[in-house]
Design a protein around this ligand. Structure first.
Ligand code: NCD
Length: 326
């Protein structure tokens, strides 16, 4: 794997400005410092203003992204494509791996070695925890994880953090509650780990079966974050700045009877929102399958559609940054 003395990968053209993102893989949010996060959110702001003013730029003209998805996706895959296209780059979309050589039994390392011949950066979604790290080891170009099983979803974590910041103007000092499938929800794992870097209070709301993994709870406690757990939204809704709701991850259940037992545990309704603060953000990584009632959508605190839009700006920022063009 060709890497430079400073540990970064060699990604072709000289960067217009060095950043700590240049040539880096993005496989876990644990790799980021607060400075990194401030930098990438600042670049996302710039991307938003470019898109609002002129729609697109040619910053990544001549660059190619391989978008490799082994699991279903709507938002993550299409926002990466839109991000690359709005930066003037091109995309190789591989979304139905059943039509690629994966269906002939090709291994992940061989598929990655193939795509790095054609592309400058690879986005990978895969059902196995740690798959992005494996891919990154075999790849001389930057690999960006778009979710690895029940592990992490670092770019979603970044766009969630960015949404909290844009909705509420700060991250320090906030009380953030996460609701739903905290055990299998990779977006929860990434966002919780990011929030450990800020002066936040965290509440986790889930039935026993879906509680946050011990390992992550320990990371939060080690970082000095107060952590509370309950199984009732009613216990916390009046006191939170952010309510981050998630879907029960059906595809992670070996026994569907267990899924059936917990799938309808939570539903955020207008009646529940009436108990929440006037200034707060209701978020969801989407897709939703019943956890937030459609009647809540017009509530100004419902931030999930803005959250989704923010995903494109964060992904534009990340693509430009790892290719040394931010
Ligand atoms: C999430 C995922 O894939 O983990 N979706 C997304 O990328 N916005 C959340 C989910 O599927 O529940």
């Amino acid at each position: 794997m060709p890497i430079r003395e400073d540990g970064q990968k060699v990604v072709g053209l000289a960067p217009s400005r060095q950043s700590s993102f240049y040539g880096r893989d993005i496989v876990s949010v644990r790799q980021f410092s607060r400075e990194d996060l401030a930098y990438i959110m600042g670049v996302a702001d710039e991307m938003r203003s470019i898109v609002k003013r002129v729609g697109a730029t040619d910053l990544l003209k001549g660059y190619v992204l391989a978008n490799l998805f082994y699991e279903p996706s709507t938002r993550t895959s299409s926002s990466f494509i839109a991000a690359m296209q709005r930066l003037g780059g091109a995309v190789i979309p591989i979304h139905g791996v059943q039509y690629s050589s994966v269906s002939k039994g090709e291994s992940l390392p061989d598929t990655i070695r193939t795509l790095e011949c054609y592309a400058d950066v690879i986005v990978l979604r895969h059902p196995e925890v740690g798959a992005s790290e494996v891919a990154a080891r075999y790849c001389s170009k930057p690999v960006i994880s778009a979710g690895d099983g029940i592990g992490e979803h670092p770019t979603q974590g970044l766009l969630d953090l960015y949404t909290i910041y844009t909705e509420l103007g700060t991250i320090d000092g906030l009380h953030v509650a996460m609701v739903g499938d905290l055990r299998n929800g990779r977006t929860v794992h990434s966002l919780a780990r990011l929030l450990r870097l800020y002066d936040t209070r965290l509440s986790f709301v889930a039935p026993d079966l879906l509680r946050l993994p011990e390992e992550i709870k320990e990371e939060l406690l080690a970082a000095g974050r107060p952590v509370a757990e309950t199984d009732r939204v009613e216990d916390i809704i009046a006191n939170v700045d952010v309510l981050y709701v998630t879907r029960v991850q059906k595809e992670r259940f070996a026994d569907l009877r267990l899924y059936e037992a917990v799938k309808d545990y939570y539903e955020i309704t207008p009646e529940l929102m009436a108990q929440a603060r006037e200034k707060m953000a209701l978020m969801h990584p989407l897709p939703r399958v019943g956890e937030i009632h459609y009647d809540v959508d017009d509530d100004p605190r419902a931030a999930y559609f803005r959250q989704m839009e923010n995903g494109m700006y964060i992904r534009m920022a990340l693509l430009a940054a790892v290719l040394g063009k931010a």
